[in-house]
Design a binder for this molecule. Structure first.
Ligand code: MN
Length: 206
């Protein structure tokens, strides 16, 4: 095991991340590959936010039912505004009255490879792929592993709608992963209760 990971294991062994707001450090970069994250966001509408690191920001889609392992599942994804890279580590409660008020869980995190090609089989840069409305990515996460494709099919009121589809590869058909944080093991309910406890104790942390 590399030295830095050993040290992180020690850091983790001393802490209960269901109780401390400290970062578990799972997001430490071990690779130069770009990050992806899926956040379960229980807001006015329950949805999953799928985000891909592109040029130092997170390109983002709200996917109401989340990503599926079943190649026959056509999941809707609505593109939302770019988020800062640091958002990939955000888990907690967005207070009432704030934008996106509700609970956020880091459902999965990892890195991805752009696998988009043009009709001649030549690689297409991720920026061009998003711009043209079709991309293929290989996700290397803790839960999500395999190929997924996103295809833009509609634009309405300035928002673009995409279909998110699993590739029929070796990882297709895997059972749906647990709905717990990949950083802390918590459910949405546990994340919400932990935030309530902090706020009601008066030592609200920003
Ligand atoms: Mn959201």
């Amino acid at each position: 095991m590399p030295k830095d990971r050993r040290e992180l294991a020690k850091y983790k062994s001393k802490r209960d991340f269901r109780k401390t707001p400290e970062p578990p450090g799972t997001l430490r970069r071990l690779s130069t590959e770009p990050t992806f994250v899926v956040q379960h966001h229980r807001a006015r509408a329950d949805h999953y936010d799928f985000r891909l690191e592109v040029d130092g920001v997170l390109k983002s889609w709200a996917v109401p039912r989340g990503l599926s392992f079943d190649p026959k599942d056509r999941r809707l994804g609505v593109m939302t505004e770019d988020h800062p890279l640091e958002y990939a580590a955000f888990e907690g409660v967005i207070p009432k009255g704030e934008y996106g008020a509700g609970t956020v869980m880091v459902w999965d995190v990892g890195y991805y490879w752009n696998r988009t090609t043009d009709r001649h089989g030549r690689p297409v840069p991720i920026q061009d792929a998003i711009q043209s409305g079709h991309l293929k990515v290989w996700l290397q996460g803790n839960k999500l592993v395999g190929g997924w494709a996103l295809t833009k099919f509609k634009e309405e009121k300035g928002k673009t709608q995409w279909i998110v589809l699993k590739h029929a590869d070796d990882n297709a058909g895997s059972p749906p992963p647990e709905d717990r944080s990949v950083l802390t093991g918590r459910t949405l309910e546990e994340i919400r209760k932990a935030a309530d406890a902090v706020w009601s104790s008066g030592r609200r942390v920003s």
